[in-house]
Design a binder for this molecule. Structure first.
Ligand SMILES: [Zn+2]
Length: 66
């Protein structure tokens, strides 16, 4: 098995936990790595802001802007 830097291994691991991703986490990680840093940062920011900007309604469970 090819040795990859820890940061890549971490991303593969995190992506692999997502539903429907599983073993494709490796492919997605390398895709992100081959693309521009700006796109990776955009993805990171989107994830970073998610919980801060969205809440789910306690009554109907729909997602709403905070
Ligand atoms: Zn509601």
């Amino acid at each position: 098995m090819r040795v990859v830097p820890h940061s890549v291994e971490k991303l593969i691991d995190e992506l692999g936990r997502l539903p429907g991703v599983g073993p494709h986490g490796r492919t997605i990680s390398f895709f992100i790595l081959k693309n521009s840093p700006e796109r990776a940062q955009g993805l990171g920011r989107a994830l970073d802001n998610l919980h801060a900007s969205v809440r789910s309604c306690r009554k109907c469970f729909q997602f709403r802007r905070r």
